[in-house]
Design a protein around this ligand. Structure first.
Ligand code: DLL
Length: 432
């Protein structure tokens, strides 16, 4: 199933021409409407007229999450707020989230690219899709929801969590597709086992999984335990949300919707574009977005690009499954977490010291985060009750900032290892 024959099977020459034309329009628009971009282009001695074709892309400056933070919340929007019909948000590197905005046309574009994602996975109007990504500020739930409606599937907007109910709904409503994070898919499989629900009792045939890294071993596990084909989908809020790229039924790399999002791979140190096929950091430029177009956004995700034609007939470039990042962002139960966010919570509290360690593990297919933190001398106490209260308060503060729960372990002053060099703040025991 190919949702958009024209754009998904266009010749490379035609596509490059389209991208060049759209890029020039986008640069013009951000230059004239967003002071941040105007200043950046002026600093780089570029006027919009310099950008004529896709080959000029490399002349443009990069945009980062910090730029979004510095212009929090709406500073990079290209249109007045009366044209923005929706906002979503994802984690920033510190306290403030990254806010993204959509015009009515952007919502249509988003539905279109998620529709392509779903058709890549073989989902169409005959399917019943259980959307178990979180609905809310996270782009997963509503992104999949709109795309599913677009292809004409029957949507069950159940959102994340409530595992028993998920299983009951799968059984009773005849879900043929489920969309959730890969770790939640495994968790569901395990819960089914415990409840004595056999995969053969379900109509499930495909799982549409993303929002966090997952290995091919995890894929085999999920496919086997749920009796589905597991398809990897990728996206990020800053670019649009889910719908940036998706595996097709060949499961051999993720097709990027290149008529909307132009990918590049750079060396994260030198920031130069790498040779074709080489691994590096993925960078995207959006060329059709209205509310928040973004120029050369550094995703920090590491991957490679493959321009060979795919057996499915699509001509769009494929990115390899993303497994690593060039920064320290962790993805815990699908939620993005920066160690710096945790640090700022701990620093705001007088009872704790900035000596901490984060231990991430996967227990029963679910990620768990433990924060070990030193208590300041004057607050360290033999009274268990006092320490318990403090633990509870830290937990509460972390939860309201991170939007996930963490286990907190208080340790005595000066017990966490000190090193002269970089301290090891994060111990990730998950095997990815
Ligand atoms: O996670 C959007 C999404 C929702 C994608 C549902 C797929 C399904 P953010 O919360 O902004 O957006 O997080 C984006 O998550 O830069 C990657 O590091 C990671 N990520 C997303 N999909 C994948 C994937 C959504 N399939 C960040 N494999 C990205 C590996 C992924 N990492």
């Amino acid at each position: 199933m190919i949702w958009n024959q024209k754009f998904e099977t266009m010749s490379r020459e035609e596509l490059r021409e389209w991208q060049g034309k759209k890029l020039a329009e986008t640069v013009k628009r951000v230059y004239h409407n967003v002071p941040f971009y105007r200043e950046k282009l002026q600093e780089a001695n570029i006027v919009p007229e310099d950008i004529k074709s896709i080959d000029d892309l490399k002349k443009l400056p990069f945009t980062t999450k910090e730029d979004l933070r510095d212009n929090y919340p709406y500073g990079l929007f290209t249109v007045p707020m009366d044209q923005i019909v929706r906002v979503h948000a994802s984690s920033g590197t510190t306290g403030k989230p990254t806010v993204v905005g959509y015009t009515r046309n952007d919502i249509a574009t988003w539905s279109e690219v998620v529709a392509r994602t779903l058709q890549c996975a073989g989902v169409g109007r005959d399917d019943v899709i259980q959307v178990a990504y979180g609905y809310g500020l996270f782009t997963g739930g509503l992104g999949l929801h709109y795309g599913s409606e677009r292809v004409g599937a029957t949507v069950i907007p159940i959102s994340g969590g409530n595992t028993k109910k998920q299983i009951q709904v799968m059984q009773d409503f005849g879900s043929t597709a489920i969309a959730c994070t890969p770790s939640y898919a495994l968790y569901l499989a395990e819960a089914m086992e415990e409840l004595g629900v056999d995969k053969d009792e379900l109509d499930l045939k495909v799982a549409i999984l993303g929002a966090e890294p997952w290995t091919d071993e995890m894929r085999s596990d999920i496919e086997e335990k749920l009796g589905v084909r597991a398809i990897d989908i990728y996206g990020l809020s800053e670019i649009i949300g889910p719908g940036v790229s998706s595996e097709c039924e060949a499961q051999a790399g993720l097709h990027i919707n290149e008529d909307h999002f132009i990918p590049e791979i750079i060396n994260p140190k030198t920031k130069e574009v790498v040779k074709p096929g080489e691994k590096g950091e993925l960078v995207f430029t959006t060329v059709t977005k209205e509310g928040l177009p973004i120029i050369r956004y550094r995703t920090k995700d590491l991957t490679t690009l493959n321009y060979e034609e795919c057996e499915c007939g699509r001509t769009t470039v494929r990115m390899q499954k993303c497994l690593g990042r060039s920064d320290d962002m962790l993805i815990i139960r699908g939620v993005n977490v920066f160690p710096s966010q945790i640090e700022s919570v701990l620093l705001e509290m007088s009872e704790t010291k900035p000596h901490y360690q984060l231990i991430v593990d996967r227990v029963n297919n679910l990620d768990v985060l433990e924060v070990q933190v030193e208590v300041a001398d004057e607050f360290f106490s033999d009274e268990i009750k006092k320490l318990e209260q403090l633990t509870k308060r830290i937990k509460g503060n972390l939860e309201s900032t991170l939007r996930i729960s963490a286990k907190v372990r208080l340790v005595e002053p000066k017990t966490l290892e000190r090193t002269a060099g970089k301290s090891q703040r994060v111990i990730d025991k998950r095997d990815l």
